[in-house]
Design a protein around this ligand. Structure first.
Ligand SMILES: NC(=O)c1ccc[n+]([C@@H]2O[C@H](COP(=O)([O-])OP(=O)(O)OC[C@H]3O[C@@H](n4cnc5c(N)ncnc54)[C@H](O)[C@@H]3O)[C@@H](O)[C@H]2O)c1
Length: 249
């Protein structure tokens, strides 16, 4: 099965690292013209240079003029809302500004961005909006309430969005990865008392005995954006090596 995105345009948010960077590479390998967004301009520039795309430095919490190059392009076939991060939320000591900022980045910012880019999504005459959610939107653990709520909200949101956007031939989906080996995960593991033991435990939770790789998530997202998946819409696709099939540690 060959995916051909020649003549298509994609925008990937948080594409300067991890899953987003892998998506930007994958879409470019398949022939798409890729806008590489990141809040960190150096990261955005570096990935854009590697793939021959356009860097778009900007905060997804504040969609605005930095998206003008995408509007000027005229058509947008794939919008991948990937930017995000985890936040420890201990009941009793969580800063509400941090809680609200996470939700702005993961829910309302992407909603607003999709709305702003609607003219170019419509013009593509067959577009897709994909949100990178998480298994935490389905089942989760203590001190993860803000993150789990955000990811769960995305999973619920696409069920309605697909109905709003279907008449314009725009699909809406969430993808929910299990643990994926990225700098974000390293950061979290590094904050635990024994990072090596945390890694080993995380790996052991997956029936396959390992974490996912960013390229595996990117391959799924490229497939979902391709004509092979044109009838997949308004749902959540879990990619977790069997993690959520387990009942206990
Ligand atoms: N790594 C995992 O185990 C895992 C599992 C499930 C879901 N996810 C989700 O996948 C997405 C990507 O995670 P990752 O592991 O690749 O992280 P990562 O930290 O490696 O990359 C995320 C990128 O997003 C950028 N970013 C952060 N805030 C931004 C903002 N406001 N605007 C624009 N860019 C911003 C960062 O600068 C960074 O380059 C996140 O939404 C995360 O919640 C990750």
């Amino acid at each position: 099965m060959t995916i051909n995105f020649q003549g298509k345009t994609a925008l990937v948010t948080g594409a300067g690292s991890g899953i987003g960077a892998a998506c930007a590479h994958k879409f470019a390998q398949c022939g798409a013209y890729v806008f590489v967004n990141d809040i960190d301009p150096v990261r955005a520039e570096s990935v854009a240079k590697e793939i021959g795309g356009t860097a778009l430095a900007g905060d997804v919490a504040s969609p605005g003029a930095w998206l003008d190059p995408v509007l000027e392009r005229g058509e947008l076939h794939a919008l991948v809302h990937n930017a995000g991060y985890d936040l420890a939320t201990r009941m009793g000591s969580t800063e509400m500004a941090a809680f609200d900022r996470l939700h702005r980045i993961q829910i309302s910012g992407p909603f607003e961005m999709t709305q702003l880019l609607l003219p170019v999504l419509r013009a593509a005459n067959g577009a897709i909006v994909i949100f990178v959610a998480s298994v935490h939107g389905i089942a989760t653990e203590p001190e993860t309430s803000a993150y789990a709520a955000a990811k769960g909200a995305l999973i619920a949101m696409v069920r309605s969005l697909c109905q709003d956007l279907g008449p314009d031939r725009i699909r809406a989906l969430t993808v929910s990865p299990g643990y994926v080996d990225t700098p974000l995960l390293d950061l979290w593991m590094g904050s635990t008392p024994d990072p090596a033991a945390t890694r080993a435990h995380a790996e052991s939770l997956h029936p396959l005995g390992r974490m996912g790789q960013p390229e595996e998530i990117a391959s799924l997202i490229a497939f979902l954006a391709s004509p092979y998946a044109e009838f997949i819409n308004g749902t959540n696709i879990v990619i977790d090596g069997g993690l959520t099939a387990r009942l206990m540690d």
